[in-house]
Design a protein around this ligand. Structure first.
Ligand SMILES: *Cc1c(COP(=O)(O)O)cnc(C)c1O
Length: 370
């Protein structure tokens, strides 16, 4: 191939998705494998979302509503915000790409943390821009170091809150201090993929924060239906921002970026707050049970405000991950994230959590960890 692919594209490291269930079952000859690796909702989507999507199937020969009118109105009502503050995307992944496309040009910089969500760096690299990556400090975003690292070329600062993979949260005062310290030519992207699982007293009022005009950097909040609403396969995320910025993202996005099934499915999912509440309470109860049991096996769990948590398994995490695969349990080894002894575990259903604990106990014994 003579086509000169730019170096900033050639050097992108492909995103590592969690191992798919059917691939594990094929490779390892196990049955009924469980996946606690991708922070998915183990209870699935609302039955009302499934019904709405099923009912919409015969209209798939039509293009979607390019303005997602009904969904935007429903979301604005749900969030008590102006519809002009909303931009919808094909998952929050697409929102990250839209922000980078609209706000950055070659020579510009974006700041993110490590470990954190890898898509931030990838989107910036696709645009041919520079990533400045700062380590977490005590398992938290080092907001002071981020403020110090910012320059006049800094456009985006990516902060997942809660952070993936640690589950840590920062308070509003720290965020506002960062915004004041940043130049007004930068934007803070507050990725709230896991906000739903956090203690309500610790959740930021990001609708207000994203709407306010402030000295220093403005705030954009990103949210998704992939986690708490159990619709990762449907692909719907959205951004909350000042209408002036929203208008720019609408120029960049593809006209049919939100498919018609996502539009009707999410309206129905929003209307089923009982299903949502059961997911949140089931996750929080599952997290507490799992952590107590895992600590009882001689591992060390880190506190988390999310639907996953880190475990120090006191031994090589890759070997434990492999041993768990042989028992049909998929987790995430954090060795590629700079934590060679840590696994990240997603909270599952009660049955999945029990199965995980049995496998973990057996594997720790087999590998002489703990
Ligand atoms: C899962 C996740 C998302 C959600 O991505 P979608 O594209 O909406 O599925 C966003 N940010 C973080 C940190 C995540 O872990």
């Amino acid at each position: 191939m003579k086509l000169p692919i730019p170096e900033h594209i050639r050097s992108i490291v492909p995103y590592p998705p969690g191992k798919p269930l059917d691939e594990l079952e094929r490779q390892y000859g196990v049955k009924n494998a469980i996946k606690l690796a991708s922070n998915e909702n183990p209870w699935g989507p609302s039955p009302r979302a499934i019904a709405a999507i099923t009912a919409a199937l015969p209209t798939l020969h039509r293009y979607p509503d390019g303005s997602s009118y009904a969904l935007t109105q429903a979301l604005a009502r749900h969030l008590h915000c102006a519809p002009e503050m909303l931009v919808l995307g094909n998952g929050s992944d697409e929102m990250l790409g839209l922000l980078v496309s609209a706000c950055m040009e070659p020579g510009d910089e974006a700041i993110s943390s490590f470990p954190s969500f890898l898509m931030y760096q990838k989107c910036v690299q696709v645009q041919g821009c520079r990533n400045i990556v700062l380590p977490l400090k005590d398992m938290r975003h080092d907001l002071e170091a981020i403020a110090r690292a910012a320059t006049s070329r800094t456009r985006l600062v990516f902060l997942d809150n809660p952070n993936n993979p640690t589950g840590s949260l920062f308070p509003e005062a720290a965020l506002l201090e960062l915004c004041r310290a940043l130049p007004d030519t930068a934007l803070v992207v507050l990725d709230e993929a896991y906000r739903d699982f956090a203690d309500p007293a610790l959740q930021l009022d990001s609708v207000r924060l994203a709407g306010e005009q402030r000295q220093g950097a403005q705030i954009v909040a990103l949210r998704t239906f992939s986690k708490a609403y159990g619709l990762a396969g449907l692909r719907l995320g959205y951004g909350l921002m000042r209408p002036e910025l929203a208008a720019m993202l609408h120029r960049v996005r593809h006209p049919f970026n939100v498919n018609s099934l996502a539009q009707v499915g999410v309206v129905a999912a929003l209307a089923d707050q009982e299903h949502y509440a059961r997911t949140i309470s089931g996750t929080r109860a599952g997290l507490a049970c799992l952590q107590e049991a895992v600590n009882g096996l001689g591992c060390r769990c880190f506190p988390s405000q999310s639907n996953f948590f880190l475990v120090d398994v006191q031994g090589d995490a890759n070997r434990l991950y492999e041993a768990m695969l042989h028992r049909g349990v998929i987790t995430r080894s954090m060795s590629a994230y700079g934590f060679p002894n840590y696994l990240r575990i997603t909270v599952g259903t009660e049955a999945e959590n029990r199965r995980f604990l049995t496998a973990l106990a057996e594997c720790l014994h087999e590998l002489h960890y703990g």
